[in-house]
Design a binder for this molecule. Structure first.
Ligand SMILES: Nc1ncnc2c1ncn2[C@@H]1O[C@H](COP(=O)(O)OP(=O)(O)OP(=O)(O)O)[C@@H](O)[C@H]1O
Length: 935
């Protein structure tokens, strides 16, 4: 057990080793070393009979293993006793009846072996008789040989045939069944010629069968020699011999009879064959395996004459050849032998008695041994079970150890992780502590911040209120400033002489020496004819920026929610388009105003949100054309555009393109698109532009982000058609129609302005498309800026006078205080959200405001018109070719003087009063039938 390991669940018991312990020190090396081994493996050893006995010697350490997985017995070839390492299945000799070992039954077969071993081990107890018994009484016929004929002789265990004793031919071994061949080279006692018969033998239970023998009586001689157990002890091999299944020799022990390597011949065994069954000779072991060296069959020659019964026993060493033995001595010898036989018989009888006693004692001891063996077996089985249990426990422990080692390793990992987690935990605790501190600080800060926020919120709301109040005040003040400047303002701009005029030697008819005071003097032939005063006067040297500087405040008004109208009026070629549109290098009022709008919007972005969209229209022949719609042509109205009144008296042109603009670049694109549309619509752009009104409408939606107040306002930028007078007779056809339409629209503009000036209950806005479109921005609640464009050329003096007179009259008209344009829907929404004054309070407030404004306006008129006559002032508005004369004076008064400022007015009145009166009477379309007094 100590020399090997097992690699699978296998319960090992070194049975042979245990057995060996008892026998190790016996004299006989082979037999004493391993009885059990011999029992177990003798057959295997003997089967390999070509190997001599020393080579077949086994050290006796054989290990039997019990697989826990299989009930079969396995032999552990890893034992040092077994040549090849490894496990094998049970060898043949351990199977069958001999040994039956299983986990269920324990070692059943072992019991038998144990008994044999014990018997063999206690050889003294197991010694049988030193001689064997012939079943039939032996009968030795000394002379029988000479009457016999050898029929068949077999040299058992040899492939050679030999001549035995020079007379009997022993043929090679045949007709056998079972057993194995053994051979020895040891000399056989009495070795001599033919004794080699005994050096080979058949070992083990075996049967010889001879067919084809005639039915008759035969004599059989059997030759034996102990060549295997040559060191004894006796009783180790005891066997029976059967002839025709009839035991003829019982318990033959060759060693006990003659010793080893000594021939023993049992001769004259008589048998009879009755039919064709043949002759069978069977050797069957009682203890150990039988061994036989030769078989000889003779016919019984004396059988016919003499019945020979019984068998003879011949001891070959004592045998002498017939030639050596004389008949006389034979008698003596026979006699002596008879005496000796008698004495031996007696001795044998005594010995038998002793033997009987020994046998009884032996049986007694055997029973004791049996019981001891039984208990031993039980103990062994118990041991086996315990061992198996221990094995299974060992296996389980091994598994548990492995499992435990896994657990240990995972425990180590977990411990390591736990350490890390603890470190993390400590770090987190530290962080949590600092975080708590931070939280406390933060809470402190938070409360401070909250209090600050509250303070600032309060401050913010105060500031907001103040801001709103301030904004409101600013607007009001701003508006008042503009009102004080006049809600309708007139700027006069004079273009420079162009190259052609200079080349033609044209002279300047305008003197701008008092330009800064808003005055200009019209000269004729170097003599001052008339002085005109306007809100601003721009000489030919004034550039676009100078012009816009005075225009810019209106942009603020638009964003404050007031409607504004800026238009350029004047004779063709005086620079209306230049002032309004300008050029790409020298941009005009249109672009600059919108640029200013975006500039202000950017400045107000935190408090206001604005949306701006632009429409570009053209009024030609009293038809409205959308210049932002590509493909539309002048005079060809693809879609008829009409003016509709919308909520709160506003006006709108349904279907018109409103281009949303968010920056000045987009503005420029829209303006260019409109300008191109105007040019595309005409074969002669300049001519066409002179005969149509180009109108830009900028719609502004504003939202006060602080109080939610919303406004909607409009800015009209109008480049009017040329206002020059053309005699009716000079034009006809289409041109006449154009002229009439231009005059009509400009006259309508004059009428509207007059009606506004005279506070007529009816303002004739609908008399032309131009005035109808401008209705929102010409009323009393809007601001108007007029550019009167004049030519410096003396040759254009007449038209210049007309334009200046028209502008002077427009300037003299007060439209009243401007009204802010509130988006009623948005205002309604806002009012729902914020508390407002009661209707009664509103009414009272508005009445108060009206009276204040009236008083303010009244004062202003008185301040602005110091030169006016205190009682009657007559205004004549000369529009284009058609001259509209409006008499301003006491009711029922006659047509008064044209209201012109200063001395010039008085001069003109004197010069022209008579002529005009006459002309108007001639024309018959004096619309100023009723004279009205300016407030
Ligand atoms: N202030 C100015 N400085 C320089 N050039 C000017 C000025 N005003 C007008 N001009 C030039 O005079 C010419 C005629 O101007 P513009 O076409 O603007 O006149 P208009 O009144 O619009 O004519 P129309 O009625 O035919 O449209 C243009 O070549 C223009 O560049």
């Amino acid at each position: 057990m100590e020399d090997f390991e097992w690699y699978d669940p296998l319960l090992i018991t070194d049975v042979a080793f245990l057995q060996q312990q008892d026998l190790t020190h016996t004299n006989s090396q082979i037999h004493s070393k391993c009885i059990f081994s011999t029992l177990c493996i003798s057959e295997a050893l003997i089967m390999a009979n070509s190997v001599d006995s020393s080579q077949t010697e086994i050290d006796g350490r054989s290990v039997i293993g019990f697989s826990l997985a299989s009930p079969d017995l396995v032999i552990c070839m890893g034992s040092p006793d077994v040549p090849s390492p490894g496990y094998e299945f049970s060898p043949e000799f351990l199977k069958g009846d001999r040994i039956d070992v299983s986990l269920e039954n324990g070692i059943k077969g072992a019991e038998m072996k144990e008994s044999l071993e014990n018997r063999a081990g206690n050889s003294e107890d197991f010694y049988t008789d030193s001689s064997f018994e012939l079943v039939a009484s032996p009968f030795v016929e000394q002379n029988s040989l000479k009457y016999c004929t050898h029929i068949m002789s077999i040299n058992v265990g040899s492939t050679d045939s030999i001549m035995f004793q020079r007379e009997v031919q022993f043929s090679e071994d045949s007709c056998f069944n079972g057993g194995d061949i053994v051979r020895t080279n040891d000399p056989i006692t009495g070795d001599g010629e033919g004794l080699s018969l005994y050096q080979t033998a058949r070992f083990g239970n075996c049967l010889y069968h001879f067919d084809h023998l005639e039915p008759r009586t035969y004599m059989v001689d059997l030759y034996f020699a102990e060549i295997v157990f040559t060191d004894g002890p006796p009783g180790k091999r005891v066997f029976d011999v059967y002839l025709q299944d009839q035991k003829v020799v019982s318990c033959l022990d060759i060693y006990a009879s003659v010793g080893s390597n000594t021939p023993l011949v049992i001769s004259d065994l008589k048998t009879c064959i009755n039919g064709d069954e043949g002759l069978s000779i069977r050797f069957e072991g009682v203890i150990g395996s039988p061994i036989v060296c030769g078989i000889s069959i003779r016919n019984n020659a004396s059988a016919e004459s003499e019945e020979v019964e019984g068998m003879g026993l011949t001891y070959m060493p004592q045998c002498k050849s017939p030639q050596d033995v004389g008949y006389g001595s034979m008698d003596e010898e026979f006699h002596r032998l008879q005496i000796e036989n008698e004495s031996q018989k007696k001795e044998l009888a005594e010995t038998k008695k002793v033997l009987e006693e020994v046998k009884r004692e032996n049986e007694l001891r055997s029973r004791e041994c049996q019981e001891a063996l039984k208990s031993l077996n039980e103990l062994r089985n118990e041991l086996m079970r315990k061992s198996m249990h221990v094995g299974s426990l060992a296996f389980a422990i091994e598994g548990q150890v492995k499992e435990k080692s896994k657990w240990f390793s995972s425990l180590r990992d977990l411990t390591r992780k736990l350490k890390l987690l603890k470190m993390d935990h400590i770090t987190l605790l530290e962080e949590a502590t600092s975080f708590k501190q931070c939280m406390a600080d933060m809470n402190g800060f938070s409360s401070i911040i909250h209090s600050k926020i509250n303070e600032h919120t309060q401050l913010y709301s105060d500031v907001k209120i103040k801001l709103l109040k301030g904004v409101k005040e600013r607007k009001e003040l701003y508006n008042k400033v503009l009102e004080l400047k006049g809600n309708i303002r007139v700027f006069c701009r004079c273009r420079p002489l162009n190259l052609d005029e200079i080349a033609a030697g044209a002279s300047m008819a305008i003197d701008f020496s008092s330009e800064k005071d808003g005055e200009l003097t019209v000269k004729s032939n170097g003599i001052s004819k008339k002085i005109f005063k306007f809100d601003s006067v721009f000489s030919p040297q004034a550039d676009q920026a100078d012009v816009f500087e005075d225009t810019a405040p209106l942009a603020t008004s638009v964003l404050d929610g007031y409607n504004v109208c800026i238009f350029a009026y004047g004779q063709t070629g005086t620079g209306k388009t230049f002032t309004m549109e300008g050029t790409s290098d020298n941009r005009g009022v249109n672009y600059r105003t919108l640029e200013e709008l975006f500039h202000i919007i950017e400045g107000r972005k935190n408090t206001f949100r604005y949306e701006i969209s632009v429409s570009v229209l053209e009024v030609y022949n009293e038809q409205i054309r959308d210049l932002l719609v590509s493909g539309s042509q002048a005079g060809v109205t693809s879609k008829r555009l009409e003016i509709k009144q919308v909520v709160e008296g506003g006006h709108h042109v349904p279907g018109i393109v409103e281009a949303r603009v968010t920056n000045v670049n987009e503005v420029w694109e829209v303006l260019r698109t409109g300008s191109n549309g105007r040019a595309v619509g005409s074969t002669n752009a300049n001519e066409h532009s002179s005969r149509s009104h180009c109108m830009h409408c900028v719609m502004v939606k504003g939202e006060n982000l602080i109080n939610g107040e919303c406004t909607r306002s409009k800015l009209w930028l109008v480049d009017l058609a040329g206002s020059e007078r053309i005699a009716k007779t000079e034009v006809q056809g289409e041109r006449l129609k154009e002229t009439q339409n231009i005059n009509r629209s400009l006259s309508a503009l004059g009428d509207v302005i007059y009606a506004l000036a005279t506070k007529s209950p009816h303002i004739p806005f609908r008399n032309s498309k131009l005035t109808h479109l401008l209705q929102d921005s010409l009323g009393g609640d809007s601001k108007t800026l007029m550019f009167v464009q004049i030519s410096p050329n003396e040759n254009d003096l007449t038209e210049t006078f007309c334009s200046l007179n028209f502008a002077s009259r427009v300037r003299g008209i007060e439209l009243g205080p401007a009204k802010k344009q509130m988006d009623s829907t948005e205002l309604f929404k806002h009012k729902q959200m914020t508390p407002c004054e009661s209707p009664k309070e509103t009414r009272i407030g508005s009445k108060k405001l009206s009276s204040i404004l009236r008083r303010s306006l009244h004062k202003k008129i008185q301040i602005k018109s110091p030169m006016q006559q205190p009682h009657v002032r007559k205004i004549g508005v000369n529009v284009g070719m058609e001259k509209v004369r409006v008499s301003i004076g006491s009711r029922g008064g006659r047509m008064g003087h044209r209201a012109l400022p200063g001395n010039a007015r008085r001069v003109v009145i004197k010069d022209t009063q008579q002529k005009q009166s006459t002309r108007e009477k001639e024309r018959g379309w004096n619309i100023g039938k009723t004279t009205r007094t300016v407030l």
